[in-house]
Design a binder for this molecule. Structure first.
Ligand SMILES: [Zn+2]
Length: 397
């Protein structure tokens, strides 16, 4: 059946646990995402070290790519000439791109928000030059040229990249921003989001746009921002901006926003990847998450393990000497390629020897672990056992 442009996107929560956790189906032209779901970061057009086929075999439903990085290298026009992101990456499933603003602002304002989210960047040089009503002026880390990222140019770039779900430009305020600054920035972001929506309507492509809820740590601003996103024609809503100075505050803000958000738009929580925080978010009604954590951890020797097996960190560092002669797989019950074929000792050796295969194997395991975790979470919600699922996984909600 031919579907009209835009009609290929839908979201329907199909099961809601008494706690507020929900399971739904998010339909895109590249397939349907069963939620809650995790988006793995293919920052520069690749899930580092893995082919798209390997990422698929790990049970992955949806990935994201970063507009900032891709617009500088290889450039959005080049991606379009290579057939768009899906074709270029050989990824046939759903995909999201961000606006490009997050990298500019987090590197410009300092990495506080990213540190809390466990998403430390590479603040090698001051990236953000200034913010004006037009957009964000920044210095490229490639060549040092000065560029303007405007709401319109971000949408134009994302149209060329061709991901299914796109985000409008917003200002990611730092944690230390005071109320006056955060209020001004939130309202400027709203004006940018409306311009993004306008540009989105002017252009064509099989894509759906999310609105971003800003407001920092201030409840009234968050409420205002939820109402803004709820009343405009955004397909979904993303929770952005500063989520506070520590984990407790972050959870408070997520719960606060979820209490005010539009009830039926799919909800994405930007940049949160710890299992405890994910369970808390799902319990508040968040549908999708993204974070570089599982794949970045893999590159540094970290294997994600069930909370009961780790010492609070949620992972084992296989570079640790205690694994050198360990003949067991990371997790005998895990069906991933790494757990079926490699011992902890072998992966330890690969890291010691500087072989990139070690990071690849851990990425395969970590992605598989997260996908199985989300599949189990969906099953628990469907069965009305969400709280029990959290308890089993060490999270008392
Ligand atoms: Zn595994």
């Amino acid at each position: 059946m031919m579907l009209l442009d835009g009609a290929e996107f839908s979201f329907s929560p199909t099961a809601i646990d008494p706690s507020g956790a929900r399971h739904g189906l998010l339909q895109t032209p590249h397939g349907t995402i069963a939620t809650p779901a995790f988006l793995f970061c293919g920052t520069r057009g690749a899930i580092k070290g893995l082919t798209a086929e390997q990422v698929r075999q790990c049970g992955t439903q949806v990935i994201l790519a970063n507009t900032y990085h891709l617009s500088l290298q290889p450039g959005a026009e080049t991606v379009a000439q290579l057939g768009g992101l899906h074709r270029m990456m050989d990824w046939s499933g759903p995909m999201l791109t961000d606006s490009g603003g997050f990298q500019i602002f987090s590197l410009g304002h300092g990495g506080v928000a990213r540190e809390i989210k466990g998403c430390r960047g590479r603040p090698t040089a001051r990236t953000l030059i200034k913010i004006t009503e037009d957009g964000a002026w920044f210095r490229s880390y490639r060549g040092g040229g000065i560029h303007l990222l405007s709401p319109e140019s971000s949408i134009q770039i994302q149209r060329l990249l061709g991901a299914d779900l796109v985000l409008p430009l917003d200002e990611c305020t730092p944690f230390h921003a005071d109320r006056t600054y955060t209020a001004d920035a939130t309202r400027r972001s709203h004006r940018w989001e409306l311009r993004s929506l306008e540009e989105f309507r002017r252009s064509t492509g099989k894509q759906a746009i999310y609105g971003i809820v800003q407001g920092g740590i201030y409840e009234d601003l968050r409420r205002e921002s939820c109402a803004f996103v709820g009343e405009h024609a955004f397909f979904g809503q993303a929770i952005g901006g500063s989520l506070g100075g520590n984990r407790e505050q972050m959870r408070e803000i997520v719960a606060m926003v979820c209490g005010q958000k539009h009830p039926t738009k799919p909800t994405h929580l930007l940049g949160i990847g710890g299992l405890g925080d994910i369970m808390h978010g799902i319990g508040c009604g968040v549908d999708t998450f993204d974070c570089v954590h599982p794949t970045r951890l893999a590159r540094h020797g970290g294997a994600i393990v069930p909370p009961s097996l780790s010492d609070g960190t949620g992972h084992w560092n296989l570079k640790n000497a205690r694994f050198a002669k360990d003949p067991n797989p990371i997790d005998a019950s895990c069906p991933c390629h790494a757990c079926r074929t490699a011992s902890r000792g072998y992966i330890h050796h690969l890291f010691r020897a500087g072989e990139t295969l070690g990071g690849q194997l851990l990425a395969i395991h970590n992605i598989t672990f997260i996908n199985r975790f989300f599949a189990a979470a969906r099953e628990a919600i469907l069965a009305g056992r969400w709280r029990e699922f959290c308890r089993i996984n060490g999270e008392n909600i």
